[in-house]
Write a protein that binds this ligand. Sequence first.
Ligand code: GAL
Length: 439
Amino acid sequence: MISPIENLTAIRISRELLQPVFLGVIIFFCSMTNSFCAVPAQDSTLQVLHWWTSASERKAASYLAARVADEGLLWRDVGIPGGAGIGAGKVLKSRVLASDAPEVTQIIGASIGEWAELGFLLELDKVARTNKWNTAFFPTIQNLIQYRQHVVAAPLGIHRINTLFYNRKLFATLKLSLPETWDELVLLAAKLKAAGVIPLAQSSEPWQLATLFENLILAESGPEYHRELFVKQNAQAVFDHRFIQALERFRLMKNWMSHPVDERPWTEVVRQFSRHEAAMTIMGDWAKGELNEWGYATDDEFSCTSMPGTGKYHLYSVDTFSMFTNDYSHVAAQEKLAKLVATPSVQAEYNAIKGSVSVLRDADPAKMDSCARASWIAFAQGASMQAPSLVHRMATDESSRDAIIAVIHKYFIDDSVTPAETQKRLAAIFRTLNLNNRK
Ligand code: GAL
């Protein structure tokens, strides 16, 4: 059976071979007939495929669409529901297989390299050079958007995944202080439960559970160990006592959630939190964008802090757009859009709506709200304080990510699965992945 990747490779190769032939036929025809052969008009309509379908995400996308319109371009919106891009990834693959790739796509992290390797992505080197992207962005952003020394993505914003949202009014009424360590968090949860309040809003969607788990890993042992596990996929690291501790804490936290822990979209988790039905939630800061959009101002009803034990660190997901070359008829429009999203005003305004922060090193944190300021300042500390999110494809490719998330999910859902079994499963996956990567 032909795999989708083999199929994609075949499409790419046939396209690369046919394109010069096609152009050759046109040139031959033009020279033979001496007719006027105009260069095909540059198409100014851009289909943009993304997974921003919540209220704040739609608002952020509409903001970009309006700026794109100011440039005389048309943004044709293709929003695919599914938190963390699960649905959008599938739609993208099937559209590429059908030779119908959208001109612009939200592709993030390791997925950028996967698509670039197949030869589908437009190189944005000219835009990057003209706009001095090599000095404008944080080094981590520069690395993320490049594949083999070519810029193949335009960055939008940086999300912080180790964000703990808490209900300010509830904390004030119950005279609770913010937890800074795991032990304080345990005490706090006990107090909340005693007061009849659900401590944590949480979904059992695999990606949302894995988000919580990678927070626990980071809290327990910092970015280096997080990388050892999720970037290097070191099988030995799985047998470290820190891993068992994270698993135990993960299971303990189940008692802090409403039962059963339903598999529901992240927006519903945030809804539960906003209705004061749970005191806290641990979620990427797109939740802040959503709360703001629903009328809850930052530092009024709610505030954010970091997951206890991760205050100095930044567990990041960076949103980026990549451009599919197709027949090259949209290059001018695609380059305009790439340039536009990285301009200081668009960075400031878009990220304020989305809940993320600017990718620009000279952004002004004084103009950000308290959550965004803390995020931007933590990210600006540099790579040693940053951890690439497993869930959001910053640490590893799509299939490795999916395999790791499945093991974490199984452990959480099924109480009969022991930490030792989970360690064995994950170590086996890491060994297989390492073998495959060495091939
Ligand atoms: C992330 C993405 C965010 C947000 C979130 C929830 O992967 O970076 O922009 O959309 O998923 O779907």
